[in-house]
Design a protein around this ligand. Structure first.
Ligand code: GTP
Ligand code: MG
Length: 625
């Protein structure tokens, strides 16, 4: 058992890509966790497939390193705003945070979000100014920005007294003075052990541990991770588990693990302050307390910020349903969605009147997108609707989520970007001109306004713009239509195979999403119209072959490249009357109503209903003039 005074528990927090996982690599390596001849891949903690493909951390993960006689438990957290719920929860496990800030980019929306949470939990911060090796790094300015951020967030004197370590996680050097850097992470290790307090909690009190993270392993099944709040946890001992509803059940700690580098090491016991993994408690859920059976007292429930975005998930009922996936029924879909709730506490799933449809709410498009991506890889087919922000009623007032948005753009794009954000009801709160042709602007914007904005932003900035945003607060509903897609779409009238001839015949109407040979169905969206209205097209038509020569000529005609969508791009693209169909091998966009005649009838009815409502509203107003 590690003595409590020699334990340090820290979380590494930052905006996306500021180098958290790379920093963990370096800490692991320089603490001698790996053998000299051991080859360890980059960003070793980003262990799941999607994380490696996308180069981002999705799930928080634990590790631990030894420095001198200290055991440092480290939690690597995701930086993307959508996984903020994860970060918040993790803060309950630690006593201090390393706030990593990119020495070039400076403070970003998620830097503020995570720091706010850390200060609220009264954690001890250490600031790591990372990527100091970047040629355009501006450490002095960024340190000022960080200090300002602390003051803005109402940090107390003790918190304001944070140490700053300048570092390059990539190249492995660090130091308290940017001009005297050491070729190691030792200065950072020393700052952690000196500045971050040892965990509190008495080992001689009854056991109490709250499950904060869940993991899964083929051999061990479900693994629960948490910090021993007080007492001692022992392998083989009976315990009481207190559910989130307060119900108490009995269980036994079958296997107990401590963290050592990338591995978990079986241990027989761990005392207050340490972070452990428990296997063999099948039903254990996040937020539950594991306690001494003689004293089953629950720890306070974990509070997590509410979801801000919802989507309808439904059974795939497209004409191609069941062709590509293994799991297609509503029972399977429902089971899978409810199973996700066990590990993802920032997700909500609700049944609807329609047994084939479920409302799924999460923290953003990436959060829900990752769930969909995981499901399609597991063999599910499903359809999803356009993401909608969750509007809440607070004290009788309609409130909607607002995001803090920071854009870095070339100076000459300022006008168009401000105008586009203006129509989306963004309010500028800050603007800085770096003097090198780049401008940074900060906005508060209704989350609605950001749905689908990224592609327009990239067009307006010719691809040079960078945008970053994170949830800021719920504010009064801004009202009216905000954002959305302005272009209509091209819709297939036929079910069949797209031909080169068919595609060429409609190419001047807009941008196609499909290539010759793609199977399409009636009502499927096959392109974007260059105008605002939708247009039906037949891209399956075959040219009447009159002679061989024209047939060969056709083959040599070049068509423009089809536009392809990633899953998140597809979700952003959707309109209210459309679905995205997702299968293990395809992402298709479609109209909810596939048949043109039926679609037009429904549209007419909708317009009539709207006009009816409009007349009613206008009726109260006397006509002037
Ligand atoms: N030049 C330089 N690049 C770095 C440094 N640290 C990290 N990077 C690079 O920055 C990118 C992001 O690094 P990650 O470690 O994945 O960042 P992260 O904060 O874990 O990202 P998320 O988990 O997705 O939020 C990678 O390409 C790293 O190689 C550094 O000290 N210097
Ligand atoms: Mg990471």
């Amino acid at each position: 058992m590690h003595p409590r005074e020699r334990i340090r528990n820290i979380a590494i927090i930052a905006h996306v890509d500021h180098g958290k996982t790379t920093l963990v690599d370096r800490l692991l390596q320089q603490s001698g966790t790996f053998r000299d001849n051991e080859t360890v891949r980059e960003r070793a903690m980003d262990s799941n497939d999607l994380e490696r493909e996308r180069g981002i951390t999705i799930l928080a993960k634990n590790t631990a390193v030894q420095f001198q006689d200290y055991l440092i438990n480290i939690v690597d957290t995701p930086g993307h705003a959508d996984f903020g719920g994860e970060v918040e929860r993790i803060m309950k496990m630690v006593d201090g945070v390393l706030l990593v800030v990119d020495a070039f980019e400076g403070c970003m929306p998620q830097t503020k979000f995570v720091l706010r949470k850390a200060l609220e939990q009264n954690l001890t911060p250490v600031v790591v100014l990372n990527k100091i090796d970047r040629p355009n790094a501006r450490p002095a300015e960024v340190v000022d920005e960080v200090l300002e951020l602390f003051i803005d967030l109402g940090a107390n004197d003790r918190q304001l007294d944070f140490p700053v370590i300048y570092a390059s996680a990539l190249q492995g050097f660090s130091g308290a003075d940017p001009d005297k850097l050491e070729n190691s992470m030792r200065p950072l290790f020393e700052t952690i052990t000196r500045h971050i307090p040892a965990p509190r909690g008495a080992a001689d009190e009854p056991l109490q541990l709250q499950v904060t993270l869940l993991d899964y392993n083929e051999y061990l099944g479900r693994i629960a991770i948490g910090r021993v709040n007080r007492g001692i946890i022992r392998q083989g001992r009976p315990v009481a588990v207190i559910g989130r509803d307060g119900a108490v059940r009995s269980a036994r700690i079958e296997k107990l693990f401590g963290f050592r580098g990338l591995k978990r090491m079986e241990i027989s016991e761990a005392g207050a302050g340490d972070i452990v993994a428990i296997a063999g408690l099948k039903e254990l859920k996040i937020g539950e307390t594991v306690a001494d059976p003689a004293c089953p007292e629950a720890l306070p429930p974990l509070t997590i910020d509410e979801p801000t975005l919802k989507m309808t998930f439904l059974v795939n009922n497209s004409p191609f349903a069941g062709k590509e996936g293994k799991w297609v029924t509503s029972r399977k879909l429902r089971e899978r969605l409810y199973r996700e709730l066990e590990t993802d506490v920032s997700l909500r799933v609700e049944d609807t009147d329609n047994p084939d449809a479920f409302v799924v709410s999460g923290r953003g498009e990436l959060h829900l997108g990752i769930l969909i991506e995981n499901m399609r890889r597991e063999g599910y087919e499903l359809q999803v609707s356009k993401p909608e922000v969750i509007v809440k009623e607070i004290d009788g007032q309609k409130m909607e989520p607002f995001e803090r948005l920071i854009v870095d753009i070339p100076e000459d794009c300022t006008g168009p970007v401000m105008e586009s954000l203006g129509t989306r009801r963004a309010e500028m709160v800050n603007m800085a001109n770096a003097g090198d042709g780049q401008v940074r602007m900060e906005f508060l914007i209704p989350a609605r306004g950001l749905i689908g904005y990224r592609s327009l932003f990239l067009t307006l900035t010719r691809g040079y713009g960078v945008m970053n945003h994170a949830f800021d607060h719920y504010g009064p509903y801004a009202g009216g239509q905000v954002g959305g897609r302005h272009q209509g779409v091209l819709i297939s009238t036929e079910t069949g195979v797209a031909t080169l001839y068919g595609i060429l015949s409609v190419e001047d109407r807009g941008t196609l999403f499909v290539q010759p040979g793609t199977e399409v169905y009636e009502g499927m969206i096959v392109g974007e119209h260059s105008r605002e209205n939708d247009l039906v097209v037949n891209i399956c038509k075959e040219k009447q072959l009159t002679n061989i020569r024209s047939a060969t000529k056709e083959e040599t005609v070049k068509m423009k490249a089809a536009r392809t969508f990633s899953l998140e791009q597809a979700l952003e693209y959707l309109n209210d009357d459309e679905y995205c169909e997702v299968t293990p091998s395809s992402i298709r966009l479609r109209k909810k109503i596939l048949n043109k005649g039926e679609r037009e009838r429904a549209e007419k009815q909708r317009k009539m209903a709207e006009a009816g409502a409009g007349v009613g509203a206008a009726g109260g107003r006397p006509e002037v003039g």
